[in-house]
Write a protein that binds this ligand. Structure first.
Ligand code: RB5
Length: 140
């Protein structure tokens, strides 16, 4: 799958873990940064990832900051982006199945790498169920 990923300084270490996991599992990963621990502004990276999803360069996007909150708030300002902030795999799975989430947000200061990879695995292996859920996401 073609994926796009971005982070701020708070999410950099976890992003590197997630990128390694995605590469090891055969995904094509477009990395939008950041790539140094210098303090940066998360909306810049949120926008870069969302634009890549919106214009079809990637099917799905992943955003990581300290809490995941800023990234998800910024991502959801973009038309056509449905960003889900998940701290465990149950909501990650349901965000795909019921909400057709096309961006996953993670909080690197909230969860560890093991849980993050469990979330990513669940999110990438769950399809949108459509039906009544399609009607609902078409309402916003
Ligand atoms: C950066 O310090 C921090 O505010 C950011 O990573 C994120 O948690 C914002 O929501």
């Amino acid at each position: 799958m073609k994926l796009v990923i971005g982070c701020d300084h708070g999410g950099l270490a976890l992003k590197n873990v997630v990128v390694d996991y995605l590469n090891e599992n055969g995904h094509e990963v477009l990395n939008m940064g950041c790539d140094t621990p210098d303090s940066v502004d998360y909306p810049v990276f949120s926008e870069a990832v969302c634009l890549a999803v919106m214009d079809g360069r990637a099917e799905l996007g992943i955003l990581i900051c300290g809490t995941g909150i800023g990234m998800s708030m910024a991502a959801n300002r973009h038309a056509g982006i449905r960003a889900a902030l998940c701290h465990e795999s149950f909501t990650a799975r349901l965000s795909r199945e019921h909400n057709d989430a096309n961006v996953l947000c993670l909080g690197a200061r909230v969860i560890g790498a093991g849980v993050a990879l469990e979330i990513v695995r669940a999110w990438l292996t769950t399809d949108f169920a459509g039906g009544r859920h399609l009607r609902r996401i078409e309402m916003f």
